[in-house]
Design a protein around this ligand. Structure first.
Ligand code: ZN
Length: 505
């Protein structure tokens, strides 16, 4: 088979097969986290392992390499911005990563991280870091091996980051995060010093779960999540899983004594879901029909959760409706008081509970710790003390236990080193996209006040959804916002928030 067109179509066919296997696994995982009875766990593990094995076999088939060689030297690559060239570039990237990893290393990582996740749960529950320590040491050794097998030009971390945020270098990230931290720390300090506090107790009142569900579902539908092509269910940890065209699942959990928990997680997951629903159905299973990067994915959730969902115009529309839905809890709460409460900025120990400003310091801390762990500058045995020291420097508070410190997140136990930065990248991209959207659509806030969100969704679809992975994140961002990714729009947004909520500039 030497005809490049035929080779290209065969590549796409194989890519779709791998994606179909992935989407079957996604259905099984979604079911496991929502409806599966507990006794089904072992058999579900067997089903998922079987599909993962099949998928790995297909992803490393040497014929893929031969097909790629044929298309790479053809006229299909003539225009680097074409769908074809984008698909070929990403399929090569994926294939190279897959074949560079020895089978032994892949299996060893799967074995070690499966056990480590179980041990981490136990270690966190009993606040016993020593239990987790040898497993984290093993994981780091394997991740170093993985980075070396994949290769890098500058820093080892680059090879791991590349899995989640293709094309982004550690160096760029370090500059971006340094800019961010330099302004974020003093801003948070000024907010702390001003002494203003919202009425926190308003969220601890009675918010019946079924009403919360109804309200969150109607807000998700209003911003544009398509319930004909998606569902909202309940799980221990909220997530979004796009199975493929016409079927995207989002989940949340309801705390009857905390309204904000489920509501904002639904907006967040609906943002992820709208991105999945907006990907090209015709290109399903090819890079052009897949999400661009984890940072871009996260930008779509953060944009709806925070940039839109915590804005004044949004609540000018929704607050009267919220008061109607929860008359007892919110009768004596003004919209301004509510707005303050959902926008409180206050340092706390747990990342997933953090506000939109301090959240990023949690990420910067993890990024710096990961760099030091991977390079060996920080020994795993010294991790709890190093974590607490850094935490005190950044947040002015000292964790009282490892459960509140280095044991709080699951990511390292599944080998997700290089993953954390994508959360803050999401915040930065979201602010930059939103700034560009406001410039292009000056009526946006007025529309939000009237409960209309379709212009923004359309803009996102044009600039982001429909391109899938045809372009790398840096190009996508430049095309959509006419500038490279910087921390400036996010910092400007936060300063605006601080001024409106705290009277602090
Ligand atoms: Zn997310």
């Amino acid at each position: 088979m030497t005809d490049p067109r035929t080779a290209y179509l065969e590549l796409l066919r194989r890519s779709r097969e791998i994606a179909l296997l992935g989407s079957c696994s996604a259905v099984l995982s979604w079911d496991q986290q929502t409806f599966m009875p507990p006794a089904g766990t072992t058999f579900r593990g067997e089903q998922l392992a079987f599909l993962a094995g099949l998928s790995h076999q297909k992803a490393t088939d040497p014929l893929l390499g031969e097909l790629l060689t044929i298309v790479e030297s053809s006229e299909l690559m003539a225009d680097p911005s074409s769908v074809e060239a984008g698909n070929i570039r990403e399929l090569r990237h994926h294939y190279d990563r897959a074949v560079k990893l020895p089978q032994r290393l892949v299996e060893e990582l799967a074995r070690v991280t499966t056990l480590a996740q179980q041990i981490w749960q136990e270690a966190r529950a009993t606040n016993d870091f020593r239990l987790f320590q040898p497993h984290l040491e093993q994981i780091l050794a394997l991740k170093r091996e993985e980075a070396d097998a994949i290769g890098f030009t500058d820093q080892r971390y680059d090879a791991l980051l590349d899995e989640y945020e293709p094309g982004l270098s550690t160096k760029t990230l370090q500059i971006l995060f340094a800019d961010l931290t330099a302004q974020l720390v003093p801003l948070i300090q000024r907010i702390q010093d001003c002494g203003r506090q919202p009425r926190r107790e308003i969220f601890q009142r009675e918010f019946p779960a079924d009403r919360q569900r109804w309200f969150a579902e109607s807000a998700a539908a209003a911003i544009g999540f398509d319930f004909q092509a998606g569902r909202l269910d309940t799980s221990t940890h909220p997530f979004c899983s796009g199975f493929g065209p016409g079927d995207c699942r989002i989940t949340t959990r309801y705390n009857p004594h905390c309204f904000s928990e489920a509501f904002f997680s639904v907006l967040h997951e609906a943002g992820h879901g709208m991105y999945e629903q907006g990907l090209s159905a015709e290109q399903f299973g090819t890079p052009s029909g897949s999400y661009c990067s984890l940072g871009i994915h996260e930008s779509q959730s953060r944009l709806w959760e925070n940039q839109v969902g915590r804005s004044e115009p949004f609540w000018e529309h929704f607050y009267p409706r919220l008061q109607q839905a929860f008359p007892t809890a919110l009768r004596d709460v003004s919209r301004q008081e509510f707005y303050f409460a959902i926008n409180e900025i206050r340092p706390s120990y747990i990342r997933v509970e953090a506000d939109e400003a301090t959240y990023n310091l949690h990420i910067v801390l993890r990024f710096e710790v990961e760099l030091d762990l991977l390079s060996g500058n920080l020994a795993v045995t010294d991790l709890p003390a190093a974590w607490n020291d850094r935490f005190r420097t950044m947040f002015g508070m000292m964790p009282t236990s490892d459960r509140e410190g280095c044991l709080q997140d699951v990511h390292w136990s599944f080998g997700g080193i290089g993953y954390f930065p994508t959360y803050t990248l999401g915040n930065l991209y979201a602010a930059q996209f939103m700034e560009a959207a406001h410039q292009a659509l000056p009526e946006l806030n007025e529309e939000f006040r009237r409960g209309i969100f379709s212009s923004l969704k359309f803009w996102l679809s044009e600039k982001i959804y429909r391109h899938g992975r045809r372009f790398r994140a840096a190009t996508l961002c430049r095309d959509a916002t006419h500038q490279e990714l910087t921390a400036k729009p996010f910092l400007k947004y936060l300063h605006g928030k601080a001024a409106s909520v705290y009277n602090v500039c």
